[in-house]
Design a protein around this ligand. Sequence first.
Ligand code: UDP
Ligand code: MG
Length: 310
Amino acid sequence: MISVIVPVFNEEKNILPLFERIENSLNKTKCTYEIIYINDGSRDNTFSTIKNLATKYDFVKYINFSRNFGHQIAVSAGLDLCIGSEAVIIDADGQDPPELIPSMFDKLNEGFEIVYARRNKRKGESGFKIFTAKVFYRILSRLTTIDIPLDTGDFRIIKRKVIDQIKNMPEKQKFLRGQMAWLGFRQTSIEYDRNERLSGKTNYTIRKMLRLATDGITSFSNFPLRLATISGFLCAFAGFLLILYTLYSRYILKDYEKGWSSLMITIVFLGGIQLIGIGIIGEYISRIYDNIRNRPLYIVDETNIKKTEK
Ligand code: UDP
Ligand code: MG
């Protein structure tokens, strides 16, 4: 059984056209299926449209949130409650073409656990969005040690193994494409050109994009914390050079301004020391943070060692 997970937020006009396309594509896979709509606090007729569908078709499920929790959390809820042996995550606005599902499914069965769809071109999106997304994915891949695929969203098909592991990751900040990359397993991609939205406009406001970006970076990199230490050392070093210069001008050039040097040295040097202090605290906090996240130390794919009772 394939579970299709569709997070929806104010998509009333897109539900029905997309539903037909999803259903047609799923029929081509010859599998049974369920389509789970997670209504993320829509303020239009999205939910009643979904409920209508659910009365007609028993493979249509819905999860209705009490308010808007955000796209990543909506997808997580879908993963928590789906029962398929595979799950497809897809946007409700038609930007992720459901027609790709059969070929993604075939690819998955060649022996992968995750097949994600990589965006070649992005139609109908602002230059600003495309640019910030490009920059973000590249910064992220510089900062992290895991291979988060460039230019991919959450449109993908995953196996039950992956769903179960994602459910085991306890962190409250969700950055699913990063978490899935962190899990490992056999992953591959197919490419596609991203279409325009069927109707409506993007629900990812700049604020939501920033939130996703900071969640992505802080969940997978402690580099920002280390910046304080690095800048501290740089400042302390500059302070040290100033001391040398002051001594030089005081005793060799014999040309100096009274009071200036002692003041500058104190400010720069102490500033440096303070930043180092903050940086060290940061190092500790980052480790505490790692622990509080409480991720499993490693992921076992398969083993022939039987679990023994203690
Ligand atoms: N979405 C959601 N909650 C939100 C924002 C978006 O469930 O707070 C859904 C939305 O309905 C769509 C998907 O997430 O199915 C992607 O959102 P959108 O198309 O607005 O983002 P973009 O494609 O512009 O990045
Ligand atoms: Mg979209």
